[in-house]
Design a protein around this ligand. Structure first.
Ligand code: BTN
Length: 274
């Protein structure tokens, strides 16, 4: 059951609207998925900048139909509605939003190693601390809206993650070794994600590409990439991110590949996957 709320982190709805300069803010103490709620609102005509933020999600969605574990009060769960004039390269959206959350995390946990794992993961101290699920709605070739969903683990201790995630997940607070405020994180995430997603073009410029490069967790790592769930994994080494957001991947056999989508498994880790 979806339950609206009029407060979050000690702030009233009106205070948050003003703080984030965001008249179209929808707060929930619990929602199925902020992405689903944002999509419903966008389908009804909600304007660009509409934000859905929840304290818990009962059906939080991850990429590839996976679940995003969203316990109450533990993480940042939000979705932002974008209405770009066009969307020439949808694959760039999670990378740009991922850069935004990485920059936010760097400010709050300056001692930790913060990185982006292509195409949509926030990595802190070599573990997954967050992710982006970007979903576009189309009218033929014309983009109607894009929902950018962001989930960041903030307060979880190891025991708060499901057992299968414990070896690979981390929260910002665990990485910092001190308390981290969800409100501060939301301030920074909104600022950086909107900055990066304000111009969605075919490729990124040199400045942004450098920002990806500096945080590219896969670079020079041996990995296996599955380009589709049925495909045999390709073994090789990730060598960078291209301006159009493709992963540059050097297979053990054959020429350099540009992968525009896929799932990357890390060979050097004993754990199977993030
Ligand atoms: C991933 O699989 O790494 C992406 C996770 C994205 C999770 C966020 S939480 C807020 C928003 N609502 C959802 O249902 N999913 C995204």
């Amino acid at each position: 059951m979806n339950r609206k709320s009029s407060r979050w982190e000690g702030q009233t709805l009106d205070e948050l609207k003003e703080r984030w300069d965001r008249p179209n803010l929808h707060l929930f103490s619990q929602v199925d998925s902020t992405n689903e709620q944002a999509r419903r609102l966008a389908d009804e005509g909600a304007p660009a900048g509409t934000l859905v933020l929840a304290d818990a999600q009962s059906k939080g969605k991850g990429v590839e139909g996976r679940r995003w574990h969203s316990p109450k009060g533990m993480g940042l769960y939000l979705s932002l509605v974008l209405r770009p004039d066009s969307l020439p390269n949808p694959k760039l959206v999670p990378l740009l939003a991922g850069l935004g959350i990485a920059r936010a995390a760097e400010k709050l946990v300056p001692e930790a190693e913060v990185a982006i794992k292509w195409p949509n993961d926030l990595i802190v101290n070599d573990r997954k601390a967050g992710g982006v699920l970007s979903e576009a709605s189309w009218d033929g070739n014309v983009v109607r809206h894009v929902v950018v969903g962001i989930g960041v683990n903030v307060h979880q201790e190891e025991k708060d993650f499901p057992p299968e995630l414990r070896p690979v997940a981390i929260s910002l607070e665990a990485a910092a070794g001190e308390s981290v405020s969800r409100l501060d994180l939301a301030d920074l995430v909104l600022q950086h994600v909107e900055e990066h997603c304000s111009r969605l073009e075919t490729s990124v410029d040199r400045v942004l590409l450098r920002q990806f490069d500096e945080r590219d967790w896969l670079r020079d790592r041996r990995c296996a990439v599955r380009t589709s769930p049925e495909a045999e994994p390709l073994h090789g080494t990730a060598v960078g991110i291209a301006p159009d957001g493709a992963l540059l991947f050097r297979p053990d056999k054959g020429a350099l590949r540009r992968l525009s989508s896929g799932r990357v498994l890390i060979e050097e880790l004993t754990m199977p996957d993030f």
